[in-house]
Design a protein around this ligand. Structure first.
Ligand code: FES
Length: 93
């Protein structure tokens, strides 16, 4: 079965409903050495209840992964002060 993508990654279905399908090219996650996750592109950051965090319209947001930020889920630079170390590398396939 082939689907024709519409603008914004929408896919027409048999019932003529429009379903939003995330596109792999809509955002990028950059895992920083000893720091946050930088997310660039069209993303919405939600809490566990589904409420949306205000990202101030920024095209890139930094999410804390050290657990020490006072602005979680966002990075506030605390990783520099707490000595957070992480330098994972993707496995080349
Ligand atoms: S990764 Fe920056 S404050 Fe946690």
């Amino acid at each position: 079965m082939s689907l024709r993508l519409l603008q914004g990654g929408q896919v027409p279905t048999k019932l003529s409903r429009i379903t939003k399908v995330p596109s792999m090219s809509e955002f990028k996650v950059n895992v920083r050495d000893n720091g946050p996750l930088l997310i660039s592109g069209a993303v919405t950051i939600c809490d566990a209840a589904g409420s949306t965090f205000d990202t101030g319209g920024k095209e890139t947001v930094a999410l804390c992964r050290c657990g020490q930020s006072a602005r979680r889920p966002f990075c506030d630079g605390a990783h520099n002060r707490c000595g957070f170390q992480a330098s994972e590398r993707a496995v080349v396939q």
